[in-house]
Design a protein around this ligand. Structure first.
Ligand code: UT7
Length: 333
């Protein structure tokens, strides 16, 4: 069974923003027991960008969305919806979507935040596209943004080297027949929640001196468990998506996987029997930016002339929840 929208919806512009401060593996080796060689060979990461103290998710999301609006030649007040995928919002409430709406001047929009960790951008893309396909809306912004440095335990070298901060944004609009999102599949499995989570700070365990002392406001991860789940779901989900639409891996112009570990991405590409030059990689420069990995990778691939109107593109992500998903589309411009 395939899933498709009654009306074609596609991405019509992209934007991105990374904070200025670039942190190399060598920089990290000064503050924790790690080294460039371990990080590069085990993860593919060479550097990442981190915010300065006081900067929040909206500070990254606003310039990314503004870039997408400028690229499309669209005024902010034309936007009808802003969906922000993030697990590191400026505050629990108001939603980061509200801050971004106010800062860009999208005075005719409604919006909300969506929490699905590294799968967040794909969930938000499908949700936004469904609003356009319904006929009720025609100009929707989807922002994937995370400030992972705000929830990283710098005393834990197993997670402290993995993440970066960044934002990507896209505009979704009706597109001509044959372009845009072709098919999508999303899943959650809450039984795996404990292998990647932030234990405290929510209603179940509100912030207290004890939770701070126990470092429960940071990412807790069983790396090898997440690794196995990621390789399996990314490879099988991608393959199944192509199969059920009658495509071969060779038909793909680009494979845009979530950027969590180059070894996970390579394993998925290998199982797809995909030539290496078809996969978009930015983890080497930006690390894992959670909800921002896929929209920034799309922005960069388009900017480098790696995809044209009509090209077949496969997006695949996995993350905390557990969450995962795949979207197949034909690039619309
Ligand atoms: O989008 C979020 C989703 N998260 C992920 O996708 C993470 C998936 N998992 C992974 O990417 C990998 O499991 C890691 C990169 C987190 C870890 O790689 P690994 O190959 O699974 O290493 P490991 O955890 O088995 O650790 C191997 C060794 C250990 O030392 P011993 O016990 O063998 O002496 C670790 O203590 O590497 C050590 N180690 C490090 N050494 C230097 C762990 N982190 C580091 C480090 N620098 N940063």
């Amino acid at each position: 069974m395939t899933r498709h929208f009654a009306r074609p919806v596609g991405i019509t512009a992209t934007g991105q923003y990374y904070p200025e401060r670039r942190v190399t593996n060598d920089d990290l080796s000064m503050v924790m027991a790690t080294n460039d060689e371990w990080i590069r060979t085990r993860t593919g990461i060479g550097s990442r960008h981190w915010v300065e103290k006081g900067q929040g998710a909206s500070d990254l999301g606003v310039p990314a969305l503004q870039m997408a609006l400028d690229q499309r030649g669209m005024m902010a007040d034309e936007l009808e919806v802003i969906i922000v995928a993030t697990v590191t919002p400026d505050t629990f409430f108001p939603a980061t979507a509200c801050r971004i709406q106010d800062a860009v001047g999208a005075k005719n929009a409604f919006g909300f935040d969506l929490s699905a960790a590294c799968s967040g951008f794909l969930y938000a893309l499908t949700s936004g596209a469904a609003l356009v396909a319904s006929g009720a809306y025609s100009k929707v912004a989807v922002v994937g943004v995370d400030v992972m440095s705000s929830i990283m335990n710098m005393e834990d070298r197993a997670t402290g080297v993995l993440f970066g901060d960044g934002a990507g944004a896209v505009i979704l609009e009706p597109v001509e027949e044959g372009l845009g999102i072709i098919d999508f599949e999303h899943r959650i499995d809450g039984s795996g929640g404990c292998i990647l989570h932030m234990p405290a700070g929510g209603s179940r365990k509100p912030a207290s001196h004890e939770t701070v002392d126990a470092k429960e406001h940071f990412i807790h991860q069983s790396g090898s468990e997440v690794f196995k789940f990621a390789v399996r779901e990314m490879a099988e989900g991608s393959r199944a998506m192509l199969d059920r639409n009658g495509f071969l891996p060779a038909d793909l112009k680009l494979f845009v996987p979530h950027q969590a570990n180059l070894r996970i991405m390579d394993a998925a590409a290998k199982r797809l029997e995909l030539p290496n030059d078809r996969m978009v990689v930015n983890i080497d420069r930006y690390a894992n930016t959670t909800a921002a990995t896929i929209p920034t990778a799309l922005h960069q691939a388009k900017g480098e002339g790696r995809m044209e109107k009509g090209d077949l593109v496969l997006l695949s992500a996995f993350g905390a929840g557990l969450t995962w998903g795949t979207i197949l589309l034909r690039w619309a411009y």
